[in-house]
Design a binder for this molecule. Structure first.
Ligand SMILES: Nc1nc2c(ncn2[C@@H]2O[C@H](COP(=O)(O)OP(=O)(O)OP(=O)(O)O)[C@@H](O)[C@H]2O)c(=O)[nH]1
Ligand SMILES: [Zn+2]
Length: 370
């Protein structure tokens, strides 16, 4: 990877033992992960963001690790403007050196040296699993980091996106392009100049079929309204009201492509048992205990919900990325009666009826079997 500031920094950041987490600073710096398949337009987007008018000091990190030839790839982002003078160029590979903490240490070291940035953009490699990158920020947030994950933006190639999405993987692995869309908070369908209306509609539909929750915008040369990309607060429990509204609009998606990732959503009235919900989620995410009718294990890549616990006046937000999940009380009070729990699951081999029945019988208080 490269982090940029003018001076050279060769050392990989050191691992620091975590015993006493520092007090959470008043102001945390948002990180936006920019992902997307090879050549979709990620770097073009970074360039665009850097050169657009904004009053932010932005640090860009290229996570090119693992791409071999990319190791010596110099930074492709704009040379113009004064932004550069603040940047430090870390040696390639540092972000991903080995363990998760390394990447964060690199950023934290950078901030220590150069003062705070207002914003951090992280471009992953085209083949990266952004969920893994996202979880690293998430874990760190709980350790009192200076930075927080604002959102995951996935750039999709309007021309080749469909082909990339349908590519069959051996070993039944989930294809990277689909994975990247599954975890996205925003998808930018880029290079619309290369397709006609019909092709555009097809790729839009394919994106939607994977992720029923994601916001979709279209662009040429990755030119998008910055307010649609930055400060999404996608994981922020303060935005609970917003999420509750959004979840109401989510619909189940149909598997567009064979064995593809899809979205299922359901609503259930009543209060949940917090313990039972934890068990349910862990069985689902960690133990992969739930199977579809064909006996294949359900795999969840992204999870969101607004849930109600008995005796709690506030709505609780559920967020999950891969195997990590989080339950956080939101400032939002329950208004409706009965309270309606809303859950959205994005993943593979998901069977809505089986999930919902399991949820109702084990998690909803006062339901059968509980
Ligand atoms: N025709 C067309 N070309 C585009 C558009 N956006 C980007 N490109 C070109 O597509 C190529 C790849 O763009 P990049 O921004 O480097 O893509 P990337 O996702 O960063 O690529 P990798 O980091 O290699 O995965 C470049 O040659 C861009 O100039 C667009 O809207 N239309
Ligand atoms: Zn790039």
């Amino acid at each position: 990877m490269d982090v940029m500031v003018t001076e050279e920094e060769d050392d990989c950041p050191e691992l620091v033992p975590i015993d006493a987490p520092p007090a959470r600073p008043a102001e945390q710096i948002p990180v936006t992960i920019i992902t997307g398949y090879l050549g979709a337009g990620k770097t073009t987007l970074l360039n665009y963001i850097l050169t657009e008018q904004h009053n932010k000091r932005i640090a860009v990190i290229l996570n090119e690790f693992g791409e071999g030839s990319a190791l010596e790839k110099s930074l492709a982002v704009s040379q113009a403007g004064e932004l550069y003078e603040e940047w430090l160029e870390l040696r390639n590979g540092c972000l991903c050196c080995s363990v998760k903490d390394n990447g964060l240490k690199a950023i934290e070291n950078l901030m220590e040296k150069k003062g705070k940035f207002d914003y951090i953009l992280l471009e992953t490699t085209g083949l990266a699993d952004p969920g893994a990158v996202a979880s690293m920020f998430w874990v760190d947030a709980e350790l009192g980091s200076d930075i927080y994950l604002d959102g995951i933006v996935t750039v999709v190639d309007a021309k080749y996106g469909l082909q990339q999405l349908t590519e069959e993987k051996t070993d039944g692995l989930v294809n990277e392009a689909a994975r990247q869309i599954a975890v996205a908070d925003l998808t930018i369908i880029n290079k619309t100049d290369l397709v006609n209306e019909e092709e555009l509609a097809r790729i839009r539909e394919a994106v939607r079929s994977v992720n029923g929750l994601v916001k979709i915008v279209e662009s040429q040369k990755s030119r998008v309204n910055l307010s649609e990309v930055l400060d999404l607060h996608s994981f922020d429990s303060k935005d609970g009201a917003n999420l509750a509204e959004k979840l109401q609009l989510v619909k189940d998606t149909r598997p567009h492509l064979d064995k593809s990732i899809l979205t299922v959503t359901f609503e259930v009235a009543g209060d949940l048992s917090e313990d039972a919900l934890n068990v349910f989620i862990q069985d689902l995410l960690w133990e992969k205990m739930f199977k579809n009718k064909e006996g294949q294990p359900m795999t969840v890549i992204r999870l969101k919900g607004i849930v109600s616990f008995a005796g709690k006046a506030h709505q609780v937000m559920l967020q999950g990325v891969h195997e990590l999940y989080d339950l956080n009380e939101t400032p939002q009070l329950w208004g409706e009666n009965p309270r309606i729990n809303r859950l959205v699951f994005i993943g593979r081999n998901l069977d809505k009826n089986i999930l919902q029945e399991q949820f109702i019988s084990t998690v909803v208080e006062g339901a059968q079997g509980n």
